[in-house]
Design a protein around this ligand. Structure first.
Ligand code: M6P
Ligand code: ZN
Length: 186
């Protein structure tokens, strides 16, 4: 087989998640999160996270890589979080490596099972095929992690937009609380 890509190297700042070169950045604001929090955000339409991408062709033979920088904060009592998604090709898996800050990785199957795992510097989270995933910043500093996933996985946001995750992560008096999502649709 004759390869169709040349090797390359990107420099990643292990504290901030910055990539050099920065090829492509996705910014998500509170206004991109309509209907996802228990209460609708008010006030400034801030950027709550950025995804820096190392794009490669979206095919099964390649590995998509990115860093995510998720700011600290809350909407009501709910910590800032990513939209969360299933992979369009459902059985495609993903690996996260925690770089800075602290948070939780909330995962769910279409059958309604859920799992919650920590993200902190040095954690390697394995997200098997079939599990939707959302990260939540439960700390006071940006939550930064590296993600790698199968090239043709794709993002299905619609299922989560409609159904939500089975649990939500709320700020409690003695730390984060993972509680059933009253708006979850089975
Ligand atoms: C990780 C990966 C990306 C994802 C990003 C933000 O970097 O899972 O594929 O885009 O987190 O999450 P979301 O796309 O759900 O907003
Ligand atoms: Zn994914």
């Amino acid at each position: 087989m004759k390869p169709s890509l040349d090797p390359f190297t990107v420099l990643m700042d292990l504290q901030t998640g910055a990539l050099d070169p920065t090829v492509e950045t996705v910014e998500r604001r509170l206004s991109d999160m309509k209907g996802m929090y228990q209460v609708e955000p008010d006030g400034d339409d801030q950027v709550i996270y950025r995804v820096l991408l190392i794009p490669v062709p979206e095919r099964n033979s390649e590995i998509q890589c990115s860093t995510t920088i998720l700011e600290p904060g809350v909407v009501g009592d709910e910590y800032y979080m990513t939209k969360g998604h299933f992979h369009q090709v459902r059985d495609r898996s993903e690996v996260y490596i925690g770089l800075a800050g602290e948070g939780l990785l909330v995962m769910a199957t279409e059958q309604g099972d859920h799992a919650v795992e920590p993200i902190q510097p040095g954690t390697v989270n394995y997200v098997p095929g079939g599990w939707a995933h959302r990260s939540v910043n439960t700390g006071t500093e940006p939550l930064v992690f590296f993600a790698a996933y199968v090239g043709d996985a794709g993002h299905d946001y619609g299922t989560i937009e409609t159904r939500g995750f089975p649990v939500v992560v709320l700020r409690g008096a003695s730390g984060p609380r993972v509680v059933p999502n009253p708006r979850y649709r089975r």
